[in-house]
Design a protein around this ligand. Structure first.
Ligand code: ZN
Length: 316
């Protein structure tokens, strides 16, 4: 299981753990940290580890000991001083009510650990109301509290929030690190080079894909894409055929293929065609729609994607 992955096996995260360790031992840990990083590279896993370390009574070089009372409670998911917030609802956003509840809990004294820790996953999905509800806590943090905001970077955080948090940088894995990690989990042989590229070499994303048996969906999607490009499949039928594939994956794949064709043309010395940039802009607008709109109709979104793909192929 990806969830059980050991952060020690992810060398690209080590620099962030070291940095956190230094802050912790020198008692310079701020009240709020921002962790910008992709979920598929292990950002959430890193945040959870740092939270456990901050609560652990005998942390070891930035890692939790895994056997103190705090660590055991954390493992049982019953730690009274740990709170987490994740995006919820159809719009998958961090809700203002959840933030209010967190602020309330944060104001109380810690029960068993020396501090209270909260992690907000996908903090970039907080709307203005949620961010404002958090602001007072950031301005006047309760004693011994640590807030970790994990942001995927798909949209900016409000400057008022960002300026009150200290960033912990997170490296992306190198290609070699991704390969080694996938090999150690015996995933390499089950993933094609193309899928790896389409998932942007994010090791955890690849692993969860394989675990969830998504490879056949990918092969199917590629076949449909090819049918649409050759005018054998209509965008409406294509969208219906691919309804089991998430909108973000569909967008990523078409974006990936299209960019690849444009790049290839440039490599072959062909002049950039004006319509190429137009299509790339359209894809980028669709990405914004997906990020910012609460209720995107999946079938329509997918139809538009395939329509764009078909027009691109007709003109290229
Ligand atoms: Zn511990």
């Amino acid at each position: 299981m990806v969830a059980e992955s050991l952060i020690q096996d992810m060398p690209w995260l080590q620099a962030s753990v070291d940095r956190f360790h230094k802050l912790l031992v020198s008692e310079r840990l701020p009240h709020a940290l921002i962790l910008p990083g992709r979920e598929g590279d292990g950002a959430q896993l890193l945040a959870q580890t740092l939270a456990r370390t901050a609560l652990c009574s005998t942390p070891e070089l930035g890692y939790p000991c895994n056997h103190c009372k705090s660590c055991l409670l954390h493992q049982a998911e019953t730690h009274p001083d740990y709170f987490k917030i994740e995006p919820s609802g159809a719009s998958l956003t961090v809700k203002v009510d959840d933030i209010r509840l967190l602020v309330e809990k944060f104001a109380a004294t810690s029960q068993i650990s020396a501090r209270k820790v909260a992690v907000i996953f996908h903090a970039e999905t907080m709307n203005t109301a949620a961010a404002n509800a958090l602001l007072k806590t950031l301005e006047e943090p309760p004693g011994n509290a640590l807030l970790i905001l994990v942001t995927e970077g798909t949209r900016p955080l409000l400057p008022t929030v960002r300026s009150r948090c200290q960033p912990i940088t997170m490296n992306r894995p190198t290609l070699a690190e991704t390969s080694t990690w996938l090999e150690s989990r015996e995933i390499s042989s089950r993933v094609s080079a193309e899928l790896l590229e389409a998932l942007d070499y994010q090791p955890l994303r690849v692993a969860s894909w394989i675990e969830e048996g998504m490879q056949p969906h990918w092969e199917h999607f590629r076949a449909i894409m090819s049918g649409v490009a050759q005018m054998q499949v209509t965008p409406v039928k294509a969208a219906a055929e691919c309804k089991d594939v998430g909108m973000i994956d569909q967008l990523d794949w078409i974006d990936w293929q299209l960019s690849r064709i444009v790049r290839q043309a440039a490599l072959e010395g062909n002049l950039p065609q004006p319509q190429h940039s137009r299509y790339l802009e359209q894809l980028s607008a669709m990405r914004s729609e997906l990020v910012y709109s609460a209720n995107v109709n999946a079938q329509l979104f997918s139809e538009n994607l395939f329509m764009l793909w078909q027009q691109f192929n007709r003109q290229s």
